[in-house]
Design a protein around this ligand. Sequence first.
Ligand code: ASP
Ligand code: MG
Length: 412
Amino acid sequence: MSLLVLKFGGTSVGSPERIKNVAERVLRLRGEGHALIVVVSAMSGETDRLMGLAREIQPRSEGRELDVLLSTGEQVTIALLSMALESRGCPARSYTGGQVRILTDSMHNKARIRSIDDVRIRGDLDAGRVVVVAGFQGVDEEGAITTLGRGGSDTTAVALAAALKADECRIYTDVDGVYTTDPRVVKHARRLERITFEEMLEMASLGSKVLQIRSVEFAGKYNVPLRVLSSFEEGPGTLITTEEGRVEQALVAGIAFTQNEAQLTIQGVPDQPGVAYGILGPIADANIEVDMIVQNIGGDGTTDFTFTVNRNDYEKAMEVLQKVAQGVGARQVSGDTKIAKISVVGVGMRSHAGIASRMFKALAKESINIRMISTSEIKISVVVDEKYMELGVRTLHDTFELEREPAGPSAS
Ligand code: ASP
Ligand code: MG
């Protein structure tokens, strides 16, 4: 008998009607002979509603009591789902994170899971029950309730799957899988049958918001097969797995893009050892994360330095940079928030040259100016003017023929 961990997100349990639908689906899978652990989120909008309440009391709510509050959202859904299952004759038992004993560190609002006690759950599964666990929450050594950060139920599901060595972790959501790019931008974007953990991490961190990034990291680390699928329609979804047994031979898995970044440039910096540190040190000290970095070769003894940060950090970064500029005697500081980053992602790039030049050629043909480029083993990113984002994504989707099903395994 196989063990599956199923996770249903907020929209999937957004009303009593939908919770009943989830129960029906759980029953069908149980009928197929699977042992089941079901992780649920709070009903859609509930976590935001609770956040709002907290802010009315204390505008900068955070820490321990916020976790006590936020964790109640999931406690509602585990109870309702278990009732729905029981009323259909399916033995079920609900647990909060603390009751399972999902032990976390004490970093309130963004805790990390340390260990999971599987004794209770095993006992229930052996007794033929469906186990329903509240996502997004745990408990620290002291017994204080913790939460795992927004979207954390995905991580709860993967962690349970890892701890109980489940055969698969299925994340039911409002999309039917992971796509080659956002179907709102490219109509003929294609659902991927499979994608590797690494590719998914790049796609997720670059803006495809299907899964909490940490859950993908976790799944990759513990090698938990992870499947994203629709909670509203039947279908195979997308399997996220290791590169082993990869059947699709595509060089490029998908195109990710984001408008979340802003660009800052400092010009005419004296070109000497320590420049990069002199500029990025203070930025890091201000707790601002830097993504892409470009430094020019110095000409007249000075150099230019450009980097990107999250758009929310733009003002703060600008302030820091202006001070730095005065300190090092730089000529000028400038910035732009109207940029977009487009990335081509695929593990196939490792063994194939020429992806970058195809990418640049395609963008050039559309007269899209590239401002910055960065590459990793499985990704090439460019920063372009925000107004060319959609055109760029479409062009690249066409160039790499992502709408087409890739060829099967090659003969070799
Ligand atoms: N309810 C939490 C949130 O809205 C956790 C989750 O849904 O994964 O972020
Ligand atoms: Mg989610």
